[in-house]
Design a protein around this ligand. Structure first.
Ligand SMILES: Cc1cc2nc3c(=O)[nH]c(=O)nc-3n(C[C@H](O)[C@H](O)[C@H](O)COP(=O)(O)OP(=O)(O)OC[C@H]3O[C@@H](n4cnc5c(N)ncnc54)[C@H](O)[C@@H]3O)c2cc1C
Length: 611
């Protein structure tokens, strides 16, 4: 069996992985650094494909509000306080302090950040107090990936495309390599790729595919979480998953101006259902102002009362109805002057066309044309013509995992030889994640991990002589496991669909103790049935195993947290439309998950607090 040997193996190919690999190689050009990624490098994962109204990269720069040498402290405070005080404050400090360097590095690589008077333009995102979001437009993440790829290609870094890391190999409690699978190969033995490494950096992104509705690209199955868990690492904050209203056909987040145009939210019977979920007697004025405000608080959050819209949408869908945004007609009773002065001012700031008061009053489409005409074209290019009255089908979709593999300030996990970065990592964000900090986090901790792993491999040496046997053994065990799966009862594809439905039902927008318990039982039954490798091949089969594990972590943690915080809306009864209260200080703690023997252990712990 041929074993691929390297000093540092980076698992993933998004913004965090590229930054980590580049940093390791920049630290010492003689190190053998290798990237293994499931898809085609530079074209797969969230960073390489995501798009929204205006994608944000948060950074506190010299001119950033509120100004002064200490302004990074406000940034750290936002991450921690607005995050719900369940993240590690020291990690928030690292993020805020190193944001300027991260921005300058990307700027130097040619990311086309929008500038005004020579300075990066910055705006306020969901959940932040100050304008820190740098951007290039709807494709900020793609531009970051492209710039990193240009730098990457100048360096001598190995690439294994279409290569899914399926297992980490350990010796004496240290990770010494991995077993990967060629995602295009059906023959189990031929698919297996053993890799030895002095250090492994997990940058495998999030796990949005565990939900039926999500805006993640294919392949984002939470492998990094499962790999780390199986290797004995701790995970944290797994119940906090960012969700919001997005188009099911295009995966476009309907945030910002899409909501500030105040569309009708209707079900497949054409009913404007929102009023059923607001307290009885709520005026049309209040409902429309809440819809407008949803534009600036896209993710579901206990701390934003606009969550009532997500609750309504989720419950309608759970009752079997499809949901649409309709821009052709005003919500019943709507008049533009019903919007509060604050909201009208916000509208005016966004307006780049003036169609006149009559048109502005006429329809959400006219308003969208005034504040974001490109979005009308964007949908039309993708087969949804709003000018012809076509509807946008929407759902509450998973977009980001705020938690993940618990890291320290060096991006080290609790297992030797293993680092985690980007969306795979956890502890740096709390329950809410102020928009823009995920892309930042990939760059800051990506660099830290690359350099730290390089430093350690150089100090420790990378003796690969006596480990080949161990790695071969693990590769053989993986093939045996795949072979033995042929007595499973359900195909991998069917199993995946059932699992996604279970997770969405138990751990979607509305979570109850009873619903979570039922979902966990159903998940357990599904696990017992076992699945077999179908026409999607062995990598897809292994993804399912990972997803089952991640689904359990998310739901067990959600069950344990019997309060509401951030996107975790917990209800005493499903019929309630008001979530249970947030409970501080009792629940100002995070839930740490780890494996002990065959058991999944959950522990409530106090995070690092500000000094
Ligand atoms: C629609 C959308 C809009 C967003 N908007 C913003 C925003 O405005 N601001 C912000 O800060 N954040 C935003 N986010 C979040 C942010 O984009 C992501 O958190 C970030 O890009 C994740 O980067 P990453 O490198 O960690 O993972 P990814 O870019 O997802 O890369 C993960 C990589 O790992 C690979 N991989 C996975 N499993 C394996 C395996 N087992 N073996 C090998 N390779 C594997 C994948 O193929 C992929 O290449 C948004 C996300 C979405 C979906």
């Amino acid at each position: 069996m041929r074993i691929i040997k390297c000093d540092i193996l980076v698992v993933g190919g998004g913004g965090a992985a590229l930054r980590a690999a580049i940093a390791a190689k920049e630290y010492n050009k003689d190190l053998k650094v290798m990237i293994a990624t499931k898809g085609k490098l530079g074209k797969s994962g969230v960073t390489a494909t995501a798009c929204s109204d205006r994608m944000a990269f948060h950074a506190t720069l010299e001119h950033t509000e509120p100004g002064g040498p200490d302004s990074w402290r406000y940034h750290a405070d936002d991450i921690y306080r607005i995050g719900g005080m369940v993240s590690d404050y020291n990690l928030a400090e690292v993020l805020a302090q190193k944001a300027k360097d991260a921005f300058e590095y990307l700027d130097g690589l040619g990311v086309p950040f929008v500038k005004k008077n020579g300075l990066p333009d910055q705006f306020v995102t969901d959940g932040s107090e100050y304008a820190r979001a740098c951007y290039t437009g709807p494709y900020t993440a793609v531009h970051i990936e492209e710039a990193l790829m240009r730098r990457f290609e100048e360096m001598n870094i190995g690439v294994l495309d279409f290569c899914m890391v399926a297992k980490l190999v350990k010796k004496h409690e240290r990770v010494i390599g991995a077993i990967a699978l060629d995602t295009r190969e059906m023959d189990f033995e031929k698919a297996v790729i053993p890799i030895s490494a002095g250090a492994v950096i997990l940058a495998a992104g999030g796990g949005g595919m565990i939900y039926e509705h999500n805006v993640f690209p294919a392949g984002m199955t939470g492998d990094g979480y499962a790999l780390a868990y199986e290797a004995g690492a701790e995970l944290v904050n797994m119940e906090f998953i960012q969700m919001g209203i997005a188009s099911t056909k295009t995966k476009f987040n309907c945030s910002g101006s899409m909501m500030r145009a105040v569309p009708r939210l209707i079900n497949d019977s054409g009913e404007e259902f929102l009023k059923k979920y607001f307290p009885e007697g709520t005026s049309c004025e209040e409902i429309c102002n809440t819809l407008f405000k949803k534009g600036a608080s896209w993710p579901v959050s206990y701390e934003h009362k606009t969550h009532i819209i997500d609750i309504a949408l989720y419950k309608e869908m759970k009752a079997g109805r499809r949901i649409f945004l309709d821009y052709s007609k005003n919500p019943e009773g709507f008049r533009f002057d019903m919007l509060s002065e604050e909201n009208r001012l916000r509208y005016r700031r966004e307006q780049n066309r003036d169609l006149g008061a009559q048109k502005r009053n006429e329809s959400p489409l006219c308003r969208l044309m005034e504040i974001n005409e490109p979005s009308v074209r964007w949908f039309s290019d993708r087969g949804i013509d709003l000018t012809k009255g076509e509807l946008i089908e929407v759902a509450a979709c998973a977009q980001h995992f705020q938690g993940g593999v618990k890291i320290d300030e060096h991006a080290r996990t609790t297992v030797h030889g293993l680092w985690a970065v980007g969306e795979t990592a956890g502890g740096q964000h709390g329950a809410n994640r102020p928009g823009g900090n995920a892309l930042l986090d990939c760059q800051v901790f990506g660099r830290i991990a690359g350099e730290d792993a390089a430093r350690e491999v150089l100090q420790k040496g990378n003796n690969m002589n006596d480990i080949a046997g161990l790695i071969e053994d693990d590769a053989i065990k993986l093939v045996q496991m795949l072979n033995s799966a042929d007595d499973g009862e359900v195909s991998a594809e069917k199993m995946r669909k059932q699992m996604q439905r279970i997770v969405e039902s138990g751990a979607g927008v509305v979570r109850t103790g009873e619903g979570l318990q039922k979902a966990l039982q159903e998940l357990q039954k599904l696990k017992i049935k076992r699945h077999f490798v179908d026409e999607h091949g062995p990598a897809y089969f292994m993804e399912n195993k990972n997803m089952l594990m991640v689904a359990q972590m998310v739901m067990e943690a959600a069950l344990m947290r019997d309060e509401s915080r951030g996107p975790h809306l917990r209800f005493a009864r499903y019929e309630d439309n008001t979530p249970m209260e947030r409970r501080d200080p009792e629940w100002g703690k995070y839930i740490v998950i780890y494996k002990n023997g065959g058991d999944m252990i959950l522990e409530k712990r106090k995070p690092q607090t500000p000094k």
